[in-house]
Design a protein around this ligand. Sequence first.
Ligand code: KG4
Ligand code: ZN
Length: 342
Amino acid sequence: MLVLGIESSCDETGLAIIEIDDCGASVLRVEVLSSQVELHERYGGVVPELASREHLRNLPILFEQLLELTGYTLGDIDAIGVTCGPGLKGCLLVGVTFALGLSGASSVPVLPVNHIEGHILSAQMHYSELQAPYLALVVSGGHTEIILVEEVGRYRCICRTQDDAAGEAFDKSANLMGLGYPGGVRLANLADSFQGTSEFSLPRVAREIESFSFSGLKTAVSLLIKKHAQDCVNDQELISEIAWTIQDAIVDAIVYKTSKALSSHNIPLVVCGGVSANEQLRNRLKALHEDVYFPPLKHCVDNGAMIAYAAACHLQLGHEFGKLDIHSRWPVESLESFYGLS
Ligand code: KG4
Ligand code: ZN
């Protein structure tokens, strides 16, 4: 059985085909991805209207590529999983409409998939030994949450951001430092080049509340940068020291909440989403917990394979999919009723 996955919730267009073999194992056959980072860079953030148009342009091209790479035809595909949320409405609409077009031409069912569930399950796609229950730390440009995975389709939110996501905190800080967009990686690289001990400190945010919160940190970062703006001219060491201080504060906030969650749930930890590429975060989480899983980097960021895989998991479990619609917000804990599991 072949399942096509379509991802278009933000600024990456991703397509992939997963095969479920006779033993029920899922094998990734092919995947293609088109990133819009360059397009949005000059605007300092994702422009939803432009992103939707880019998906519209890319989807037929990528689908053709997918078929060319494999020799499959549309008639070989048995089901289409498509991201229906959370994400930018226009972008989601383009992906769902494209899926419906393929379905109209081939009578293949279109299965709605939750983007965050895709991120969470991407670890299971790579580590066959990983079994629920486990905790999933989802840290990306749009989301920061810790989810208790009881089984596929049954999720409990332990902790979620009440304002910015961790990736946004990286990107906004990088922007304040004049590092461009998306500057998370650039800030991280600068931070990792710092060898000494930082003389600066930033507040340890949101320790006393249940949720993540990064908006207060943004204000503190802005003050720190303004205070040292003059000194930073031609002082690369100082710039790296400030970057290190910012990275340390963001990573510390993530690790603190994760550590709290692990203290009441001593189970495996999955870390996914773009920020999980961060070396300092990886090292601190590895030191914190023995049983930690990071999907390969190409599947930490948005991609079509995780969407195909999530659809394949629900198909294999015989779950009834809920109504096809788009949702700009779609908490994973609501999936239990979406799949009729409650
Ligand atoms: O999951 P993702 O590719 O896209 C979504 O937001 O859904 O995550 C992108 C985010 C951006 O905010 C980017 O700056 C951040 O992940 N990011 C990093 C690193 N690599 C990517 N943040 C910190 N350190 C990194 N090495
Ligand atoms: Zn994502």
